[in-house]
Design a protein around this ligand. Structure first.
Ligand SMILES: Nc1nc2c(ncn2[C@@H]2O[C@H](COP(=O)(O)OP(=O)(O)OP(=O)(O)O)[C@@H](O)[C@H]2O)c(=O)[nH]1
Ligand SMILES: [Mg+2]
Ligand SMILES: [Zn+2]
Length: 375
C-alpha cells in the first residue's frame, strides 16, 4: 500500500494509525487493502481502494458486520482481504465523524468522514426553518461544518427574505444559488477542495443531485447508477444539472453514493429525507439553540422550568418578542424527540419502560389535579 494512492479518497494517518502492526504489514504487502465505502445498496456494498481510478470493487460483508446499516455507512473506511476475485471486509475503521439519524426506529448511518455537510433547501414552498434547525443540530452533534445552500433562487424574487430568515439561525456558511445561474455556483468554490468530502442532505427535489452534477461537468460517476426515473415534477428548463443518462427530467436518488470529480472533490449524494428524526443529538440541539441555552442560564433559579417561575428570562423574552415562540417550541420538541428516539433505538424493552414511567408521571399529575379539584 502506498499512502499517496489513497490520499485523494480522504485517507490519512488518522486511519492508518488504527491498524495493528500485523494489519499494517499486510497492508504494505497488499494481502490486505483499505477501501472507502462508496455505495451500499441493499446487500451490495462497494468500495474504492488502491485501484480507485479503475472503478469500484464489490465488497463481501461477513455476518459480524450485519446489518450493514448499523456498522458502517458510505464514506467509512474498511480493511478487506482478497478472497478469490473478491474482497471480504475484516475490519471497520473508526470514523472521524458520522452522521446518524433514526429511521424505522433504528439507528441509521447517513454518511461518514465528512468535511462539510451541505444542507440543501429550495427557495419555494419546501423552505422550512424548523427543518433547517434539525439538520443543523445533526451537523453540530457530529462536529461537521454545515453549509446552508439555498437553491432554486431563480424561482423567487424574495431571496433576501429567505436569507434573512436563515441568518437568524446564526450559521457561518450560507450560499444562495441556482442551477440556471452558473455564476452563482462560484460562491461554493471555497468549500471545493481536493480530497475533501461533502455530503448533500435535504428534502427530496431540492436539487442535491443536480448540484453535484452542475458544480462540475466532469463528475466521474464511480458508483453504479441506482436511480429511478420518475415524472418531471419541477420547472427547470435547463438540463445543466441533469445526469448524462437523463434527458427527461427528474431522477430521484434511492441510495447513498460517493462520487469523485476530476478536481478531486468527493461528494456523497443521499436520498431526500421526508422528516429527519434526530438521534443522540442533545449537544447538537443545544448548539443550534444556543441563544435559548444562554437565556436560560440567566433565569433567577438554576432549576427554572420556564413555566411560571419569577425571574424567568425565557418567559420574559417570549413576552417581549425577543424569542420567537416557534423557535422555543422547536427547541423543546427536538429535545423531547431526541430523548424519545434514543430510547427507541435502544430497543423495545427500554421503550416500554420509558412509556411506563411517562404514564406514571402523567397519572401522578392527573391525580393531583383531581385531589385539588376535590378540595
Ligand atoms: N428551477 C430550478 N430547478 C432546479 C434547480 N436545481 C434543481 N432543479 C430541479 O429540481 C428537480 C429535482 O432535482 P434533483 O437534483 O433530482 O433533487 P434531489 O434533491 O437530488 O432529489 P432526491 O434525489 O429525490 O432527494 C429537478 O427537476 C431539477 O431539474 C434550480 O436551481 N432551479
Ligand atoms: Mg437526488
Ligand atoms: Zn426560566
Amino acid at each position: 500500500m502506498n499512502i499517496s494512492t489513497l490520499q485523494p479518497l480522504g485517507w490519512s494517518h488518522f486511519f492508518l494509525q488504527q491498524a495493528s502492526t500485523q494489519t499494517f504489514e499486510k497492508l504494505q504487502a497488499n494481502t490486505l487493502q483499505a477501501f472507502r465505502i462508496s455505495a451500499i445498496h441493499r446487500s451490495v456494498i462497494k468500495g474504492l481502494g488502491n485501484d480507485w481510478n479503475k472503478g469500484e470493487v464489490e465488497l463481501l460483508c461477513p455476518e459480524n458486520f450485519q446489518p450493514v446499516s448499523e456498522h458502517f455507512g458510505v464514506g467509512d473506511w474498511v480493511i478487506a482481504e482478497p478472497v478469490h476475485e473478491h474482497f471480504r471486509i475484516t475490519e471497520v475503521l473508526e470514523a472521524k465523524n458520522q452522521l446518524e439519524r433514526l429511521s424505522n426506529r433504528k439507528r441509521q448511518l447517513i454518511a461518514a468522514n465528512l468535511d462539510y455537510l451541505f444542507i440543501v433547501t429550495s427557495a419555494n414552498s419546501d423552505f422550512n426553518l424548523k427543518r433547517l434547525e434539525r439538520y443543523l443540530a445533526m451537523a453540530y452533534e457530529s462536529n461537521i461544518e454545515p453549509v446552508i445552500v439555498l437553491n432554486k433562487i431563480d424561482l423567487t424574487d424574495k431571496v433576501d427574505d429567505y436569507l434573512d430568515q436563515i441568518r437568524g439561525l446564526k450559521v457561518h456558511n450560507l450560499v444562495s444559488i441556482s442551477m440556471l445561474e452558473p455564476d452563482s455556483l462560484l460562491s461554493l468554490n471555497h468549500y471545493l477542495k481536493a480530497g475533501a468530502t461533502i455530503a448533500m442532505v435535504g428534502s427530496s427535489g431540492v436539487g442535491k443531485s443536480s448540484l453535484i452534477n452542475a458544480l462540475f461537468n466532469h463528475v466521474v460517476e464511480l458508483a453504479t447508477s441506482v436511480l429511478n426515473s420518475v415524472e418531471v415534477t419541477d420547472n427547470m428548463q435547463a438540463t445543466g444539472g441533469i445526469r448524462e443518462d437523463d434527458d427527461k427530467g427528474k431522477h430521484t436518488t434511492t441510495s447513498r453514493q460517493l462520487l469523485i470529480n476530476q478536481q478531486g472533490v468527493l461528494f456523497i449524494d443521499t436520498p431526500g429525507i421526508r422528516e429527519l428524526q434526530l438521534l443522540n443529538a442533545q449537544e447538537g440541539i443545544e448548539q443550534t439553540f444556543n441563544d435559548i441555552v444562554h437565556l436560560a442560564r440567566q433565569c433567577k433559579f438554576t432549576n427554572c422550568a420556564h413555566q411560571t417561575e419569577p425571574g424567568c428570562q425565557i418567559l420574559q423574552a417570549l413576552e417581549n418578542g425577543e424569542l420567537p415562540l416557534s423557535h422555543w417550541d422547536n427547541y423543546q420538541k427536538l429535545l423531547k424527540e431526541d430523548a424519545f428516539n434514543a430510547r427507541s433505538a435502544q430497543g423495545a424493552y427500554a421503550q416500554k419502560q420509558y412509556m411506563k414511567s411517562f404514564s406514571k408521571a402523567i397519572n401522578k399529575v392527573q391525580s393531583k389535579h383531581r385531589q385539588n379539584k376535590g378540595k
